[in-house]
Design a protein around this ligand. Structure first.
Ligand SMILES: *Cc1c(COP(=O)(O)O)cnc(C)c1O
Length: 405
């Protein structure tokens, strides 16, 4: 039997032990963390909608009108007016014929991939895909081919080997820990050429990137060439839950086959109404999206001016690459002591040797606060003597490429 204390001790000794910090304020651009006000630089509440007055009001009115729970899964008696309305809005947002709500992005991905890739088929997955996509591949009865990050040649090699067994290519559009963007045009070409579907996870793109925040698929004009779009309501849309967009046939198929959809309680009406209100703010205030990206540019430039090493980010996700877990934790704690909160990200979320502070901007950050935060991070990194400012990234520990049975 597994010795829990020994396992915890091992995590501590490797600098990989995690704990939760209590936020005792709403999710604004700054928060009360363990009782102290800090600038929040690691939230996915990119547009600041989680505590937007319209969103709060919609949630509380829905709680009064519809109650706190949907009471069952959608297929039993949990499909209510607000769910149907929200699915229409989400389909419109993505220019798709149809949308289907799921309990969360994790559930959407772990439900959709196994539904679309069966025994004797192959799923192709970028090595830096989000854990929920990885777990979707693990749950599918299909084989998984993990291609090197954004490497379309490696992907094509795998597709050729798989031949008629190729079922699905899956990729984040904006990569969650690096902030770079997938080569979607090339992925669409390959999916078409090899007769398989393309599934794109826009969790960090919806509300952040593309025309009016409609995501990378819309920005690249690929609406008609991507079979499955996944989005979450828990990030820029400031709520909770997730959805899959695609053809009416796709959503009909998923509601009949995706197990996390069938066997889990529908989203609560207040949560659904909050997302509806968030979409209305997104559509009526496109300047928020511009402000988010302008803030990201400000932060990247200020960090570079400090000599800090960033990844290839083109978005609101700005990885400050450190390397070892202990160093990343020290930088995190040092910045926190000076009022800047950016959580250190360690394995298994990222590969060993690529630990980082994953900084994220919000539309509601003030430019001066971002500049100040960059100088705090620069000073703390120098005080700690972190070589991260100039050293090249270590690649020796990157996740090995493998085929997973
Ligand atoms: C956060 C995230 C998810 C999970 O979404 P939740 O709604 O938080 O469960 C899925 N995919 C990606 C790329 C993500 O970053």
């Amino acid at each position: 039997m597994l010795d829990l204390e020994e396992s915890l001790e091992w995590l501590r000794s490797e600098g990989l032990h995690r704990r939760m910090r209590v936020v005792s304020s709403p999710q604004g651009p700054s928060v009360l963390l363990d009782g102290r006000p800090v600038l929040l630089l690691c939230s996915n509440n990119y547009l600041g909608l989680a505590d937007h007055p319209n969103v709060r009001r919609a949630a509380s009115e829905a709680a009064s009108r519809w109650g706190a729970s949907a009471g069952s899964s959608r297929l039993i008696s949990g499909h209510m007016g607000p769910h149907a309305e929200l699915e229409d809005s989400l389909a419109d947002l993505h220019g798709a014929p149809s949308a289907l709500l799921f309990g969360s992005g994790y559930l959407a991905n772990t439900g959709t991939i196994p539904a679309l890739a069966g025994r004797d088929e192959v799923v192709f997955s970028d090595e830096l895909n989000h854990a929920s996509l990885i777990d979707g591949c693990r749950l599918a009865r299909a084989e998984t081919f993990i291609y090197r990050h954004a490497d379309v040649d490696h992907l094509e090699w795998g597709l050729r080997k798989a031949g008629g067994r190729a079922a699905l290519i899956v990729s984040d559009s904006v990569f969650s820990m690096d902030g770079d963007v997938a080569p979607l045009e090339r992925l669409a070409e390959l999916a078409e050429r090899h007769g398989c579907r393309l599934m794109v996870d826009e969790a960090h793109a919806t509300g952040c990137v593309g025309p009016g925040g409609r995501g990378v698929v819309a920005e690249a004009g690929l609406d008609d060439r991507v079979d499955v779009i996944v989005g979450t309501l828990g990030k820029s849309l400031g709520g909770y839950g997730a959805y899959v967009c695609g053809s009416a046939q796709l959503t009909d198929y998923l509601l009949n086959t995706a197990r996390p959809f069938i066997f889990s309680t529908a989203l609560p009406p207040p949560v659904v109404a909050a997302a509806q209100a968030a979409i209305e703010v997104l559509l009526s205030r496109p300047k928020r999206v511009e402000r988010l990206q302008a803030n990201a540019t400000t932060l990247r430039e200020a960090l570079r001016a400090e000599g800090l090493r960033l990844g290839e980010s083109e978005t609101q996700i700005v990885p400050l690459l450190v390397g070892e877990a202990d160093d990343a934790m020290a930088l995190c704690e040092g910045a926190l002591a000076r009022g800047v909160f950016a959580q250190a990200i360690r394995p298994p979320t990222v590969a060993a040797g690529t630990c980082r502070l994953r900084l994220t901007t919000m539309a509601t950050h003030r430019v001066n606060d971002l500049r100040k935060a960059a100088s705090v991070l620069g000073e703390v990194a120098r005080d700690l003597g972190l070589a991260s400012a100039s050293a090249p990234p270590r690649r020796d520990n990157v996740v090995p490429l493998r085929r997973v049975a």
